[in-house]
Design a binder for this molecule. Structure first.
Ligand SMILES: *Cc1c(COP(=O)(O)O)cnc(C)c1O
Length: 433
């Protein structure tokens, strides 16, 4: 399988190269040249994430050195579950896909761990140390730091928007030390993302550092995210002989893009509904047909505060025509007011506690059901509510129990550096070392 740039299809690289480079030198994103085809029967007898992952990703790694080690990579990456939990009181057949049982309690752990397992193999013979730059709206940085911490072949540089992540997220971003360097950027997530993109295009930094990215622009994060959609849709198919319909909280469109690819490849997936917070770039695009990135707005669902979602370039590469895009995807925007109301109502009525991001999907689920939908929906839950206790606990009036992996990280000291939102500031810090 070859990977092409969304901007210049004549540039193509192998999977290892696409993962190592992160972004194409022309600024485009790598996409697989073609998507393989599967049927539910292709996965007969397979029930666990590592096995389903190895089968699903095999064609994507065909002809690449990573292909030979894919079983081991999947066993290393998929070490925690992605359970489907029934929520019949929300509407008959409703389920939650809980993606927060990894080391940092958000779905980002899947991509980060798979990426680390791949890069460890790609870098085996390298003489130089790799520097991974990661811009984070809150959860990616922690997941990547956890996955790459103490690996001798790599340094990790985390950029997050200061004051715009939850206290516990800030803790998970800055508690590592060692080979992880954390910068609190005086700006928004979009500034962090821009700094990373600029760093890749900067001749001086490219000379002093061997750079790679770990953002959702890296195809090595999208591939493992397809695996939990494959597993949950297969489970649903085996139980009901009907396709699964997903409602997905969306920011940079990485998680949802993986679901779209999985459906395109023949997994039993029906509707895909994207939900953004008040950053409405995607729903507005579907409504008007005009792509108008906006500066990002701060909301309660801060990991989704993205005004210019990078992965849209991949979605548009798959569905270049707006009519085609509209027939494959719907999108809604949910306000902070509705997030609060949903967290409170579902705690009282269902006894289920959402994180603010997952609450956007729960709110749209309510909306679809009250508009008459009788489909068995799967609400995708992207983070554990205990990560956002500062928002959730005042709303429900109770403490949220802290999972053990989170309490371990909360006990560590914090180390971070404040930085202006400019490439030159980042360059001088990195080159000082
Ligand atoms: C990153 C994140 C999102 C958004 O995911 P994208 O892949 O950027 O669309 C949603 N919820 C949580 C908790 C996240 O960490």
């Amino acid at each position: 399988m070859r990977y092409l740039s969304t901007r210049d299809p004549s540039r193509h690289v192998s999977l290892s190269q696409a993962i190592a480079q992160g972004i194409s030198p022309d600024g485009g994103l790598f996409v697989p040249e073609s998507l393989p085809s599967f049927t539910p029967e292709s996965f007969e007898g397979l029930t666990e994430l590592p096995q389903i992952g190895a089968r699903l990703i095999a064609p994507f790694a065909a002809g690449d050195v990573l292909g030979e080690e894919l079983d081991a990579i999947c066993r290393e990456a998929f070490t925690f579950p992605a359970p489907l939990v029934s929520l019949p009181k929300a509407a008959p057949g409703t389920q939650v896909l809980e993606l927060f049982h990894g080391p940092t309690c958000a779905f980002k752990d899947f991509g980060a761990r798979f990426l680390a397992a791949c890069m460890a193999r790609i870098r085996r013979k390298a003489s130089r140390k790799l520097t991974i730059l990661v811009a984070t709206s809150g959860d990616t940085g922690g997941a990547v730091a956890a996955a790459f911490h103490n690996r001798p072949w790599v340094d990790v540089v985390v950029l997050y928007p200061k004051g715009r992540v939850s206290e516990r997220q800030a803790q998970q971003l800055s508690c590592w030390g060692g080979n992880v360097r954390t910068f609190a950027v005086h700006g928004m997530f979009d500034d962090c993302q821009r700094m990373v993109k600029e760093a890749f295009l900067d001749a001086s930094l490219r000379e002093s550092h061997e750079l790679s990215s770990a953002n959702s622009i890296n195809v090595g994060r999208l591939l493992p995210q397809m695996v939990y959609y494959a597993k949950s849709s297969l489970e649903h198919w085996r139980a009901t002989k009907a396709p699964a319909n997903f409602i997905i909280p969306t920011g940079n469109l990485g998680n949802a893009m993986a679901c779209v690819w999985a459906r395109q490849m023949g997994l039993p997936i029906g509707e895909i509904v994207l939900v953004t917070n008040e950053n409405r770039t995607i729903p507005d695009f579907l409504a008007t047909g005009a792509w108008q990135p906006q500066p990002s707005k701060s909301t309660l669902a801060s990991a989704m505060d993205v005004g210019n979602p990078s992965n849209m370039e991949r979605l548009r590469a798959l569905y270049p025509d707006i009519a085609n895009l509209r027939s494959n995807i719907t999108a809604y925007s949910v306000s902070d007011l509705a997030i609060r109301a949903t967290v409170r109502r579902d705690f009282l009525e269902l006894g289920y506690v959402w994180c603010p991001h997952s609450a956007t999907a729960a709110e749209v689920h309510r909306h679809l059901v009250s508009a008459g939908s009788t489909k068995p929906w799967i609400i995708v839950s992207t983070a554990h509510p205990a990560k956002f206790n500062d928002i959730v606990e005042p709303i429900i009036g109770q403490p949220v129990p802290v999972p053990p992996s989170l309490s371990e990280l909360l006990a560590l000291p914090r180390v971070e550096t404040d930085i202006e939102p400019t490439l030159s500031a980042l360059r001088s810090y990195l080159q000082q070392r």
